[in-house]
Design a protein around this ligand. Structure first.
Ligand SMILES: [Zn+2]
Length: 405
């Protein structure tokens, strides 16, 4: 039993408001309280308001005249892998393309080889290092995908690592259909059958969502439909990588299947946006991967916001295309490259992200009844989070009312 109040917040960014994903101009309403206070009891927020209106308990946390806001909810990450791809990063800097590297056995497949060779404990140690990075950037919840095992046993190994992640909250997603592994190159149909018949039923005990890399040269729309229909029958909810490298109708497929999210969307056009709106699919935009690949084609965030989609921003943290766990960096890219306002970006990275993980009633805003997952950022104005970039945020982080960073 512990009760405390957080006071001396230059801005208490609550995001209080309607209990549903925010769209259109609502994304700019952060419900900021100046000189606000937050009261927490047993890990749950009990009161939020102007300090002078609240009766404060004896234990006080002084925010030092800084911004206090909900922890970031990073709704798309690949945090479990062995090794890294700094060598390929150097090759790309020298002019090689991602596809050339992949065709030469690099890319996802090289990470798969190293990840298969690593033990569960070795993977957990690597992942724990990365989760510390997430915390330092002010992230308190991540969605975490498997996908670098690509055998039944290795995919389950990755999901068991995800189950051990803490104190950051991690929500598990099975991504066995991330790539066709080397040993199935000449018999892709057999790999799809393995995913459907053996991996999906076994992964169901450890994962909430099923994801797929839907691209014509990996899992084209027809394969994706077959795998994801099977996943739904096993009780998975769906998230999908779509339209990253070209528009192949992935957003429309996400709408057809009733996916919770469609992610990437760099090449999605008007009909895909319309399909997502009609089906209530939330777009998860990943500008870090566009930046790191140097492809310069950012998703059309403004068109999606204007169409009334409840946009989400995430890092896509992974060893190849987006090696950043930093949500402040993503906010910077959203404002400079996709013309999202700082307020829209914060909504997309907290409140809307929580709804995209079906945790909207628990996290994503600072309101009575929600978990006390909040962050004290080293700034006095929330706009500084996107404005200063490349600065370690050095956040003070609370999860469930306990200080974790
Ligand atoms: Zn991804």
């Amino acid at each position: 039993m512990r009760t405390f109040a957080v006071v001396n917040c230059s801005e208490l960014v609550t995001l209080a408001g309607p209990a549903r994903p925010r769209v259109h101009r609502e994304m700019r309403e952060l419900s900021v309280i100046h000189d606000g206070a937050l009261i927490v009891r047993d890990g749950v927020i009990t009161h939020v308001g102007p300090r002078r209106e609240l009766q404060l308990p004896p234990e006080i946390v002084d925010a030092g005249n800084k911004v206090v806001m909900p922890g970031f909810v990073d709704a798309h990450t690949h945090p479990v892998f062995a090794g890294n791809r700094a060598d390929e990063f150097e090759q790309r800097a020298g002019g090689a393309t991602y596809r050339e590297i992949s065709a030469a056995g690099g890319g996802i497949r090289s990470t798969v080889r190293k990840t298969r060779a690593a033990s569960e404990d070795e993977l957990f140690a690597a992942t724990s290092r990365y989760t510390q990075w997430f915390l330092r950037g002010g992230t308190t919840t991540i969605e975490a995908k498997s996908g670098y095992g690509l055998t039944l046993d290795d995919e389950l190994k990755l999901l068991r690592v995800i189950a051990r992640i803490g104190p950051i909250r991690a929500i598990p997603t099975f991504l066995g259909a991330h790539e066709i592994p080397d040993e199935y190159r000449d018999r892709r149909e057999d790999y799809i059958n393995l995913v459907i018949r053996e991996m999906l039923p076994a992964a169901r005990k450890l994962a909430e969502y099923c994801d797929i890399f839907c691209e014509p040269h990996v899992f084209p729309v027809d394969d994706a439909r077959r795998i994801l229909r099977a996943a739904k029958e096993y009780g998975f909810k769906l998230r999908m990588h779509v339209d990253q490298l070209q528009n192949s109708g992935g957003a429309e497929l996400a709408a057809e299947l009733g996916a919770v999210t469609a992610d990437h969307l760099e090449h999605t056009g008007t009909s895909g946006i319309e399909a997502m709106r009609n089906a209530g699919v939330q777009p998860v935009l990943l500008p870090g991967s566009v930046y790191a690949l140097g492809s310069k084609r950012y998703p059309d965030a403004r068109a999606m916001i204007e169409a009334g989609l409840a946009v989400v921003l995430a890092t896509d943290f992974n060893p190849g295309s987006s090696p950043t766990p930093s949500m402040p960096m993503i906010l910077s890219l959203a404002s400079t490259q996709m013309k999202m306002t700082p307020a829209e970006s914060i909504t997309a990275a907290t409140f809307n992200a929580a709804y995209s993980l079906q945790r909207g009633s628990e996290i994503g805003s600072l309101e009575p009844g929600k978990r006390a997952d909040f962050v004290i950022h080293d700034c006095t104005d929330h706009r500084e989070l996107a404005y200063f970039f490349g600065v370690p945020s050095a956040a003070t982080v609370y999860i469930g009312g306990s200080r974790v960073a």
